[in-house]
Each structure stands twice: as structure tokens, then as C-alpha cells.
Design a protein around this ligand. Sequence first.
Ligand code: OGA
Ligand code: NI
Length: 357
Amino acid sequence: MSLSKFEPNDDILDFVIKKANGLKGLVDTNLEVIPSQCIQPKEQRLDKSQIDNQESIPTIDLSNFDDLSVEKSIQEAASKWGFFQIINHGIPIEVLDDLKEAGHKFFELPAEEKVKYSTESYSAGESVLMFWSAIGEKDEKVLEWRDTIRHGCNPQNDSNLWPSQTRNQVLEYQKWATPLAKKLLEVLLKGLDVNEIDESLEPLLMGTKAININYYPPCPNPSIAIGIRRHCDVSCITLLLQDDTGGLYVRRTKGDNWIHVNPIKGALAVNIGNSLQIMSNDRYKSIEHCVSVDSNRGRISVPLFLNPSPDSVIGPFPQMLKDGEKLVYKHVLYSDYWDHYFTKRPSGKASLDFAKI
Ligand code: OGA
Ligand code: NI
């Protein structure tokens, strides 16, 4: 495998992003200390003293998905926690295992292969895209410790352009996960007194779909880096498959603590994103979350994002508003909100402000 070497004076953004070596490529050069461009400012690191080991987010058994009590637990978890895990959701374990394995295979590829999928400008409409997250002004950009490949799952996207290492596994997962996500959205809408998803609601709730595969390589200085900074997803909902490494933390709605999302074999995590919090006028909560990294183990995670279509106008559903209920959000064009979210990168909950009245 031919790998360009990283030397201390090299331009790290060039090495990691432009040449597509990724953070994995950096680690593979037997790096002992992380470069300064990967050191997060204090407020973006995970403060271990703020981890609450007593609490955990709810786990919901979907064996009897149509039971009223199951629907109630989903709606309650979305209001109280904004983040929960689901088990017995019907997706075969092999489909999940094959997907994680495919992720490893892709990120193992040499940079010369991976560079075909990377571009320097982030665009929402691509069929496939490898990208990195360097946040900050020009010379002060700080890199998150993660390599990501995004598979666009929309009619205009072409899965033939996806890497052969991930194509079939992502397609198979998509086949199982999309109806599951739709059913979850239906239950969530029912809790808002909005009828089931008909043709007019589908573009609003799941008009844009994407499956990312994240690889978080082992990190020599995990306490000063971060895999993903604290953020709220811009989506309606996100379904997340994680491996057994751990490292995903969610912030309590009240207080300052972080709770670990303990990996459960075969489970998926589900979280409410900003778009559904806005549509629900705050009934459902989009919760801050972040990913820490580990010095020994790499980690794979696979989020499926269900987003509004770019031309959707998002705002509180009129039919759910109670008499005299105060509107927290105005109606905004989703593509404007998306642009704001990814260009301004507002931190955590501040990412909702754009739509606030
Ligand atoms: C995300 C995210 C969590 C994880 O991609 O938005 O929060 O565990 N991922 O990778
Ligand atoms: Ni997220």
C-alpha cells in the first residue's frame, strides 16, 4: 500500500482532506502526538467530570410496534429525552454487521482510491461524498477526529457511483431502515395529532435521505480531541447504528451532564433532529450530542438522516397547536436553514435560533 507520509511541517488540511489520507492516514504514520490543528478548544472537549454514569436513555422494544403502549413510549421518549434506543426493530443482525464491516473495508482503502470520492466543497446533492469537518476561520480551523463518507439516497442520486466496498450493504440497509424510519415518524406525528404520512407529508419529513459512515480512528491524545463536536442534528429524525466501542454522549435536557449511549448489540439509536423540534413547536426535543475518541480502538457508526426536501417550508404544524399556544418558531425554507446550519455552524442548541420567532 503506497501512502504519502505526513511530516511535521506538512499542511495537515492538504494531507488529510485534499489528498484524502484522512485522520486514519495520519494515525497510520505512527503518529505519537496529534497535530495542533486537531486540538480542540477547551469548551469543545468532553469534560469527563460532567459524565453522569447513573442515567441512561430509554430502550424501547419494538416487538409489538402496533401496541398503543409502544407508541406512547416512543412519543414520551421523544419529548423527554429526544434520544432513545430501539431493539427488536426487525432489521436482521447480519444486515447491520455487514454494513459496519463494509465501512471498515472502505476506510482501509489507500488514499489513492478514497480520493475519488472526496471533494473540497461540501454539497448536499452529491450521490457520494467523502468529507471532513474543519471548523473555524481560515488559519484557525480545527479538525474533528473522524473520516466520513456520505451516500445520498434520493431519486436523483446514483448508487452506481458509490464505492463497491459499501454499495450493496448500504442499499440493503436502506431497504430495511427506510420503512422503519417511516413508521417511527408516523408514530411521532400521531403524538402531535397529525395524521399518518401521506404523499404531501413525505417530502417534508423524509424528502432527503443520506446514509453516512463515520470512522473514528484511534487517537493518541483523546482528551484534547473530539470525534464530533457537540451538535444537534438538522434532520427530522436520525437512526444511528454504532459498533460496540462506545463514545457517543448525549446531553441531558436539564442540567449540564452528559449520558453515554451504551452500545446494545443489534440496537439502533434514534434521535429527534432540529427540523422535527421546529415542526412540533418544541414538543419533541433535539438533543445535543458528541462523540469522544479512544486511544486504542477505532469506531464505526452509521447515521441515516431523514431530512425535509430542500424546497420544503418547515414550521409548527397548525393542526397540533392548542388554543392560545405560543408559536416558538416561524416558517422557514429548509434549504435556507440547511445553508445557515452548515455555513455558520452554530454550536449545539443555538442551531435552532435561525427559526425562532
Ligand atoms: C452525527 C452523529 C454520532 C455517532 O453524525 O450527526 O451525531 O455516534 N454521529 O457517530
Ligand atoms: Ni449527530
